[in-house]
Write a protein that binds this ligand. Structure first.
Ligand code: DX5
Ligand code: ZN
Length: 227
């Protein structure tokens, strides 16, 4: 059964003290750190690139979950691998040959993730389920933090989970206490959250609650599958 991994989005942190923000999230129980890479082309915003990841990995030993909101994702694979990225998650909408790109990412020594925007059907990635290490089902339009969770994306998570009981399925965008249960019930086990974690009164408690919701639902799903 895929266990919960909570991946706070550093986009909600203070980029001026990024390494300290990463360490703070790890100290609160984060399993992964979600790094939002935006190129101002695939999405209307620019954030960070491989040089920043490379500086960060000198200060940290954490799993860096890199969400590549970029055009031509094949261009940055080697730079991110050298910089110390752990998982390279590209958008299916940004590539012509997802299968070859997954091979390229694996050859560079990283885990490969494939992301789908809210309006992209899940059928576009369904056949990659045995090849990719993770599927990211976006629950907001990529580009900015602090948007509203789109519950209408949950049937995509459900469909993917039904076909791939062991795949890491990540949800990203607007996840908070009021919708974590819906995401967990649909079958997501990797939880990205920016605003709801960074603005929480009790960050450790929020991370722990997300983890409990996910692990509880995964145990129920597993029991259901064994029937
Ligand atoms: C949006 C990013 C998200 C975002 C999540 O394009 O991919 O990772 O930072 O932030 P919240 O949780 O605030 O929606
Ligand atoms: Zn993201």
């Amino acid at each position: 059964m895929p266990i919960a991994k909570i991946s706070p989005s550093l986009l909600s942190g203070d980029f001026g003290i990024l390494a300290a923000e990463c360490k703070r999230m790890v100290s609160h129980g984060a399993d992964w750190l979600h790094m939002d890479v935006m190129d101002g082309h695939f999405v209307p915003n620019i954030t960070i690139g491989a040089p920043v990841i490379s500086c960060l990995t000198k200060h940290l030993n954490a799993f860096l979950d890199c969400h590549m909101m970029v055009s031509h994702p094949e261009k940055w694979v080697d730079d991110f691998a050298k910089a110390g990225a752990s998982l390279y998650c590209f958008h299916i909408e940004a590539t012509q040959d997802a299968s070859a790109l997954i091979d390229q990412i694996h050859a560079a020594g990283m885990k490969a993730g494939v992301a789908v925007k809210p309006k992209t059907p899940i059928s576009t990635v369904m056949e990659l389920g045995d090849k990719m290490d993770m599927c990211l089902v976006m629950t907001v339009e990529p580009g900015f933090g602090g948007q509203r969770f789109m519950a209408e994306c949950m049937p995509k998570v459900k469909e993917l989970r039904a076909r791939y009981p062991n795949l890491d399925i990540e949800v990203d965008g607007g996840i908070a206490m009021e919708n974590i249960e819906a995401a967990a019930k649909a079958g997501a086990n990797v939880i990205v959250a920016g605003t709801s974690i960074f603005k929480a009164q009790d960050i450790s408690g929020t991370i722990e609650s997300f983890r409990t919701f996910v692990n509880t639902e995964q145990a129920l799903l597993e029991a259901e599958n064994k029937k």
